[in-house]
Ligand binder design. Structure first.
Ligand code: CTP
Length: 397
């Protein structure tokens, strides 16, 4: 399950750092691409040469190489990684991660991580049991990081108790994705706005940023799904491991969605598709003139409705509804009219919901008219809520 995964292995300054060599070797044997990040002090416990030899990659411990002047870009490293595993995680590095202190490359990379972070504490008994350390571990868990618990045993000080870094086999087991509902599921997602051209320099568009759809794509990728993402013009970073299809107009989005529909098992249409497009697009820029300008608009194809009419038994179709009034009734009507399995409603009346924001407030309605409401949350968190709801409904439908 780790074949082809990009893994950052973080090493901080503990005697358990020698076990990082075994972990590194195991990860490489599993087919993962491993890059090692070391805190400056950890190089006293294990040499970068050992870890670069085992990982078959340069080891990163400084922001820049004093000799070559080469700079290590922590953002690039974080983007590259499917996971970050900090093993061993010392009390000091845990405290810095928990409290926003960023005084080395490993920490800077941690703070840039969007994908899962695992940490395997290793320290002596008294340090481990100190309330400050326990509170820091809890903080890291509350930030969404995954704890790989320390084990009981003999410690470097000669004391006996909790604090030994988990066995490398247990670390490997903890980070290995377990097959789930989403593993290899073929998911088609649409995201972002469409731009309908008026002339070579102007278009009719909307305020959709694509954030919600891209967050769903990222969450589903994290869960092991195969994603095709059909997206309108967006200025966000796209997921790196999905099949991304860039389109501009509603017509192009229609074609791309249709082309990828028959293979898809779950389809989530979050794009804000233009309902109308200029009937004629001029080849030359429309010049200034006296009086009004009339542009005749004609309807576009309702992509979601068409997909609903073509839906096969094994396909699960999810639409969005953006409403400004009588929200629930309008959403229910769309669910039936477009033959959907679920509809995700957001209302422009809710503060923090809708276009461009990092947060959203949604309700989900199923075919039995059951309404599930969610708090105002980040779009990234809601993406996981949406996937859990889809999974539950899919399994019960
Ligand atoms: N949709 C689509 N094709 C269109 C218009 C909308 O596939 N031409 C999809 C959207 O991706 C969304 C759902 O239909 O999943 C609902 O979009 P929304 O804009 O809320 O509603 P409309 O169906 O366009 O209806 P109205 O504008 O009248 O509210």
């Amino acid at each position: 399950m780790l074949q082809g995964k990009n893994i950052l292995l973080g090493v901080s300054a503990s005697i358990a750092a020698y076990k990082s060599a075994f972990l590194c070797r195991l990860l490489v044997k599993e087919g993962a691409n491993v890059k090692v990040l070391m805190t400056p002090d950890s190089v006293n416990f294990i040499t970068p040469l050992t870890l670069s030899t085992l990982s078959k990659n340069p080891v990163y411990s400084q922001y820049f190489d004093a000799k070559s002047g080469e700079w290590s870009n922590h953002v690039e490293l974080a983007k590259w990684a499917d996971f970050f595993i900090l093993a061993p995680a010392t009390a000091n590095t845990i405290a810095k991660m928990a409290n926003g202190i960023c005084d080395n490359l490993l920490l800077a990379t941690y703070f840039s991580m969007e994908n899962p972070v695992f940490f395997a504490p290793a320290m002596d008994l008294d340090m481990f049991q100190h309330p400050a350390n326990k509170a820091n571990i809890q903080k890291l868990i509350s930030y969404g990081n995954y704890l790989i618990p320390a084990e009981d045993g003999e410690l470097a000080s000669g004391l006996h108790g909790e604090g030994r870094m988990a066995k490398v086999e247990n670390i490997l087991d903890a980070i290995t994705p377990k097959p789930s509902f989403w593993t290899n599921k073929k998911v088609l997602i649409s995201a972002g706005p469409t731009y309908e051209p008026i002339d070579p320099v102007r278009f009719i568009g909307n305020h959709s940023s694509g954030k919600m759809g891209i967050a769903i794509a990222n969450a589903a990728l994290q869960k092991g799904a195969n994603i095709t993402l059909v997206h309108g013009p967006v200025s966000l970073d796209l997921p790196q491991k999905s099949n991304n299809i860039a389109v501009k107009t509603a017509k192009e989005m229609h074609e791309a969605c249709l082309l990828n529909y028959s293979d898809a098992e779950i389809i989530i249409m979050s794009a804000a598709v233009a309902d109308f497009t200029p009937q004629n697009t001029t080849n030359q820029k429309i010049k200034q003139k006296e009086g009004n300008l009339t542009i005749t608009l004609e309807p576009t194809t309702d992509i979601l409705k068409e997909l609903g009419s073509l839906k096969k038994q094994n396909q699960f179709l999810v639409g969005f509804a953006l409403e400004t009034n009588d929200e629930i009734n309008h959403a229910k009507e769309k669910l039936i009219r477009k033959n959907l399995d679920l509809i995700i409603l957001n209302s422009l009346k809710d503060k923090g919901a809708g276009f461009g924001t990092d947060t959203n407030k949604i309700s989900i309605i199923n075919k039995d008219n059951k309404l599930i409401t969610f708090e105002l949350k980040s779009k990234k968190e809601l993406a996981f809520d949406i996937l859990s709801t889809v999974e539950n409904q899919f399994l019960n439908s």
